[in-house]
Design a protein around this ligand. Structure first.
Ligand SMILES: Nc1ncnc2c1ncn2[C@@H]1O[C@H](COP(=O)(O)OP(=O)(O)OP(=O)(O)O)[C@@H](O)[C@H]1O
Ligand SMILES: [Mg+2]
Length: 255
């Protein structure tokens, strides 16, 4: 079966003329159906840009993004979870989750049922009538996740969704995401700059580094279930660190 999404030879630059900066160069990657892939790279390398290319929001200057998901009524093919949830402050939790469903041509009853199911999945049903300012940071991220799940996407794109959370909340949400993944079998591309998070969550870790950024390596993680600080992953974390670091040495050398 074809991968659910792929990038082939993607290049992208921002700006024009002398202000032109090359961000991505010759990027290849693929996500298989049902696979959980982590995209790992330092801040500013181009991870969010790569997600925008996959979503068709940023046209590449070379190469192509291929997404093999059928259009189905009442659903979206892909959904994105942001680092800072991006909730509408004047809408209640349920209204925020419903937001992604508006424009899909669903009956009001269907919208209510989908919102309730998504809130249940992330454990937020009791908070459905609260406003975003009445939630903790972790709860706000859960709303962002529920909003993405409500549109029943085949591919879930997550852009450093737990980056702003404290360590305990972050660990809770990581485990919740793994449970959700078991329950829904979604294909997931999860962006992070945290090596341990990438190894704990993903089946495969793709390292993006360099300026312009390229895929520096792809690493299979030990078979699930994995533990945090799993002894089976120690060598792997070192290999991934080396893939991230060998690039900065090359960049230093060029400077
Ligand atoms: N619209 C834009 N116009 C010009 N430059 C941009 C634009 N968006 C992003 N950039 C630049 O492109 C580079 C990659 O940005 P991007 O947001 O993709 O990085 P990132 O890997 O997601 O970083 P972070 O981990 O901090 O979120 C950065 O240097 C950024 O300043
Ligand atoms: Mg980003």
């Amino acid at each position: 079966m074809a991968p659910i999404a792929q990038l082939r030879g993607v290049a992208l630059a921002y700006g024009e003329g002398a202000g032109r900066t090359r961000i991505l160069e010759n990027c290849d990657l693929s996500i298989e159906r049902g696979e959980f892939v982590a995209l790992l790279g330092p801040s500013g390398v181009g991870k969010s840009t790569l997600l925008r290319v996959l979503m068709g929001l940023a046209p590449p200057s070379a190469g192509e993004a291929l997404v093999d998901i059928p259009d189905r009524p009442g659903r979206r093919r892909m959904a994105l979870v942001f680092q800072d949830a991006k909730l509408l402050p004047w809408r209640r939790v349920a209204g925020n989750v419903a937001f992604g469903l508006e424009g899909l041509g669903l009956a009001r009853r269907e919208i209510e049922a989908r919102v309730a199911a998504a809130l249940d999945l992330v454990g937020l049903s009791p908070q459905a009538r609260r406003y975003p300012h009445q939630l903790s940071g972790g709860q706000r991220q859960r709303v962002g996740l529920a909003r993405a799940l409500a549109v029943e996407p085949d591919l879930l794109l997550m852009d450093e969704p737990f980056g702003a959370l404290d360590a305990i909340t972050r660990a809770d949400l990581q485990d919740e995401l793994l449970r959700l993944r078991e329950a829904t079998h979604k294909s997931i591309l999860f962006v992070t700059h945290d090596i341990d998070e990438a190894i704990y969550l993903a089946d495969r870790v793709i390292v993006l580094a360099g300026a312009p950024a390229r895929v520096q390596g792809t690493f299979e993680t030990p078979t699930a279930p994995r533990k945090r600080a799993d002894p089976r992953s120690w060598g792997l974390a070192e290999e991934i660190r080396a893939a991230l670091e060998c690039v900065s040495e090359i960049v230093d050398f060029e400077i």
